[in-house]
Design a protein around this ligand. Structure first.
Ligand code: COS
Length: 383
């Protein structure tokens, strides 16, 4: 599977694999139990350049292919999906939109920092607007040389640890086409009027922070607007196209982590005088799981390949996310089933994989929204 990667990419993948094995695997359970963000490990990954994966070299990044990026998220998620999402959100919906829509000044100012020791976050969702992203109510009103932002964003991954927030806000009411009144802004941590108001207690990914953030007359200079006024929805949608490759890769990695545990368990667990791996009931489950994993990987690599070739990939990213996240639920469930009662207790990692997988069907667009996107491409003749 490594064949399509160049030497530098192979080196990055090898480094990620070793890091996850040596530095994260031994503490993954404790991080989850204690709901602890692995900040030391995040800093170590930053030092190794992992936070600049999609950033061009001229801004200090590694500029690896989307295929290799996907493989990095996959490798990380096999061990700790919570740490993987910190990196995925930072790279794909934090930094990447600046590359697509940023002015030269914004790129120079922020991409170098994001490839260094800054962490990025993405603020789209609000209490009343999730799937209906264009329904957001956070306001940005022009006031001299700045915009005043007012509103609350929720479910912000990296909310408590991020240095830079990509924020979508409404600059004009346009009842006919609400998405045309949305504008994107870059807000630095510490800007007066910006604060984190709470963090969520989640079912899974407990070692990644998910926060609610509030903007109260938060003054953001005009130069911190990302793209043109009214272009924010496009910024968000193209960020999510990219993000969906990341989430699909995360779902894939979680499934592989659960699968590896299931195979290991099936080989050693004895019932009726022999290893349960010798029973056809278990063998069929294992065969199905591996087939599903390979199918998901092919869809993800296809979407990534399109992106690497500079071709449209939104539909394929949605397909990859839809299939990989659904597949991951099924594979994690079978892995738990193979473990029997031991799968239901926290002693074995499969219980964590099962919980962590669930959000991949929800965030960065629910499975229902992925189907909507896929159908829209097909029916509009754009496919
Ligand atoms: N890239 C760039 N622009 C895009 C785009 C994409 N992938 N998808 C849509 N757009 C643009 C369209 O070109 C259109 O712009 P114009 O009116 O200027 O032509 C605009 O966005 C609206 O597009 P469309 O009519 O296709 O949007 P819909 O309202 O039918 O669908 C969905 C919007 C549902 C797809 C969108 O709201 C969505 O993805 N929702 C899920 C949001 C989400 O993932 N939430 C989780 C938050 S992150 S944890």
């Amino acid at each position: 599977m490594n064949l399509q990667f160049n030497d530098e990419e192979k080196m990055i993948l090898g480094m990620v694999r070793a890091f996850m094995d040596e530095e994260v695997r031994p503490i993954a359970k404790a991080l989850d139990d204690e709901k602890r963000v692995p900040i030391e490990q995040i800093r170590a990954l930053q030092e190794q350049g992992l936070f600049g994966l999609l950033i061009p070299e001229e801004y200090g990044g590694a500029n690896i292919s989307a295929s290799c990026y996907s493989a990095v998220i996959e490798e990380m998620s096999k061990v700790c999906a919570a740490l993987a999402i910190v990196l995925s959100v930072h790279n794909s919906v934090g930094a990447y939109p600046i590359l697509l829509f940023g002015s030269e000044e914004q790129k120079k100012t922020y991409l170098g920092r994001l490839a260094g020791d800054w962490i990025g976050a993405f603020c789209l969702t609000e209490t009343q607007s999730g799937s209906d992203a264009a329904g957001l109510r956070t306001k940005a009103v022009l006031d001299g040389d700045a915009y005043l932002l007012d509103g609350t964003k929720m479910f912000v991954t990296n909310g408590t640890i991020a240095d830079l927030f990509l924020v979508l806000a409404r600059t004009s009411e346009s009842p006919e086409a609400p998405h045309r009144g949305v504008t994107a802004f870059l807000v630095e941590k510490g800007t007066p009027g910006f604060r984190v108001s709470k963090t969520e207690d989640k079912m899974g990914l407990r070692a990644s922070d998910t926060a609610e953030v509030v903007f109260e007359e938060c003054r953001v200079r005009v130069g911190a607007r990302l793209g043109r006024e009214g272009e924010g929805f496009k910024v968000a949608m193209s960020a999510l196209d990219n993000g969906r490759i990341g989430v699909a890769s995360q779902a894939l990695g979680i499934a592989e982590g659960a699968f590896d545990e299931a195979v290991k368990y099936a080989r050693t667990r004895k019932q009726f005088g022999k290893a349960i791996a010798e029973f056809q009931a278990i063998q069929f489950m294992i065969a199905d799981m591996d087939t599903q994993i390979e199918a998901a990987r092919a869809l993800i690599r296809h979407a990534a390949h399109l992106k690497d070739s500079g071709r449209p990939y939104g539909k394929e990213a949605s397909m990859a996310k839809l299939y990989a996240s659904t597949m991951s639920r099924d594979v994690c469930s079978k892995a738990l089933q193979i473990h029997g009662g031991y799968g239901y207790v926290k002693e074995y990692p499969v219980e964590r994989f099962y919980r962590d997988q669930r959000i991949t069907e929800i965030y960065e667009g629910t499975s229902e929204m992925q189907r909507h996107v896929i159908a829209k491409y097909l029916l509009s003749g754009r496919a």
